[in-house]
Write a protein that binds this ligand. Structure first.
Ligand code: GLN
Length: 533
């Protein structure tokens, strides 16, 4: 049976608990442990699929088509291991399952209660990720200790400590140690109180990881150790990193966190030096070149809405020893005045996925600019749909071409709903989701980049290129370089007489990793570097 590590968060939200958990995952992978990661989110939505990116950031999609929390993206990028539907539970999903069982009569007339029914369901979900051969399950509890909605989750993991034995369970508490400028010192009280809250429930952390802007003095560490009841050597500092979140595994490694975990679990594994990871971080920190790539999104101000896109661009840069300076442009801004004003300085243009009408004409204007001026372009999901609309309108002379998502009465619905989506009413979990196979045309840019012709990528969309227009678009010069193996679904398009113009109906950003940059992103960065500017 696997060992369990639970990561909780204290004092404030947005501490980077997901990145910290993922970093711990990296340390364990480098110690040759087989791990699984899982995130429990105490909010009531069944999944984040229907949530506004303003509230929740990006929706991350797994191979098996689950719409999940963006922390799963960190898990995959840091550990190189795929996550699945089993890797993310919300309180809503837990309650849903318990209530369905109650309706089915599974509880034989019993009174259904938070303890034990909800807590049992939580424990079952956590344990379900354990499979034969897994050494350690790393479970992150979302939210902040002290939240009412998180209580059942903390109760469940407390019970697991008792049931599995304290040698087999480890509690890591991530806390915030603020620096008070006026007093010129850091304060440990919020952490003391957060740990006191945990101890009230019956959880004593084994490790305290302290997020802080400044160095934590030996004095402060002693104080944290004493008041939080954590051994001094298990008080770990996680100072703000200056350049890249990928430095965090190194920060934790330097303080011996991996060894601490192995000792707690009495596991013996050869020491690691984190060599490959360190080499990658070194390349992130010392790029030989820089390149400016514009991301034309609906929300330019939201860091989290395009998380995986930004990460994948960084990875694409790594493939060329280059740093990518991402220029975030709100598509709406391109709708006023001459778009070239904002687009001219860019060496490459990326139009990401999205929903709804806001900024659509700006995205189309950006794609037109890229097509006409030979600027390297990568379109993703809605970005492909916009590229097809732009090509239809301005090259194939299909005036007023549009997607029926935005313009149901368009004279030329070049992007529309496939039959299987036409009757769908419910919004949750009903899109084309998860991994779909795609066959690339030999000799196409896509095939050259991937280096193979049979690929698969993750999807999350309802609308598709309308096959009724395929011939006319192809006759006008749009190359359908990737399609579903049965040929029914257009998956990739490109332009032959352009240095780099390619778009995909999938979301390749979800599969890109710092140790394995995705070919489409590496291709875009390479082409942008070649363009210079
Ligand atoms: N809104 C478009 C669709 O549903 C694109 C979705 C996306 O970009 N993820 O097809």
């Amino acid at each position: 049976m696997a060992k369990y590590i639970f990561v909780t968060g204290g004092v404030v939200s947005s501490l980077g608990k997901g990145v910290t958990a993922a970093s711990i995952g990296r340390l364990l992978i480098d110690r040759r442990l087989r791990i699984r990661m899982i995130k429990m989110d105490p909010y009531l939505n069944v999944d984040p699929g229907t949530m506004n990116p303003f509230q929740h950031g990006e929706v991350y999609v797994t191979d098996d088509g689950a719409e999940t929390d963006l922390d799963l993206g960190h898990y995959e990028r840091f550990t190189g291991q795929p996550t699945s539907r089993k890797s993310n539970y919300t309180a809503g999903r837990i309650y849903w399952e318990v209530l369905n069982r109650e309706r089915r009569g599974d509880y034989l007339g019993g009174t259904i209660q938070m303890i034990p029914h909800i807590t049992d369901q939580i424990k079952a979900a956590i344990r379900a990720i354990d499979e034969p051969g897994v050494d350690v399950v790393l479970c992150e509890i979302g939210g902040t200790v002290g939240d009412i909605e998180g209580l059942t989750f903390l109760e469940a993991i407390r019970q697991m400590g008792l049931e599995h034995g304290r040698d087999n369970v480890m509690y890591i508490h991530l806390t915030y140690v603020p620096y008070i400028r006026a007093a010129g010192e850091i304060k440990t009280k919020p952490s003391q109180q957060s740990v006191a809250k945990l101890r009230e429930i019956g959880i004593t952390p084994d490790v305290l990881i302290c997020r802080s802007e400044v160095a934590i003095s030996e004095d402060a560490r002693r104080k944290l150790s004493l008041f939080c009841n954590v051994p001094l050597h298990a008080v770990i500092e996680e100072r703000d990193v200056e350049h890249s979140i990928y430095e965090i595994p190194l920060v934790l490694y330097e303080q011996g966190l991996d060894e601490l975990i192995l000792v707690h679990f009495r596991l013996a594994r050869p020491p690691s030096r984190l060599t490959e990871w360190r080499r990658m971080v070194d390349r992130v920190l010392h790029p030989r070149r820089r390149v400016r790539i514009g991301v034309i999104g609906k929300y330019s101000e939201l860091q989290d809405a395009y998380k995986s896109i930004y990460e994948a661009l960084t990875h694409g840069g790594l493939a060329h020893d280059a740093a990518v300076d991402v220029v975030k442009i709100a598509a709406e801004e391109l709708e006023q005045g001459d778009p070239a004003r904002l687009l001219e300085p860019l060496q490459g243009i990326l139009v990401p996925g999205g929903f709804g009408s806001r900024g659509i004409e700006g995205k189309i204007a950006a794609i037109r600019h890229a097509r006409e001026r030979g600027v390297p372009f990568l379109g993703i999901c809605l970005g492909l749909q916009c590229a097809v609309i732009e090509f239809a309108r301005h090259v194939a002379s299909l005036d007023g071409a549009h997607t029926t998502e935005i313009e149901p009465g368009t004279p030329h619905p070049v992007v529309c709903l496939m039959e299987e989506q036409q009757g769908v009413q419910a919004l949750g979990g009903t899109m084309r989701l998860g991994v779909w196979p795609c066959r690339l045309q030999p000799g196409s840019l896509a095939a050259r980049l991937y280096g193979v012709t049979d690929i698969s990528e993750r999807h999350r969309h309802r609308y598709e290129v309308n096959n009724a227009y395929r011939e006319r678009l192809e006759a006008a010069g749009l190359r359908v370089s990737g399609a579903s193996p049965d040929g029914r679904l257009v998956e990739m398009v490109e332009l032959a007489d352009h240095p780099f113009f390619i778009a995909t109906q999938a979301h390749p950003e979800f599969k890109s990793q710092p140790l394995a940059p995705h070919p489409l992103f590496a291709g875009l960065v390479g082409a942008a570097l070649a363009r210079g500017g």
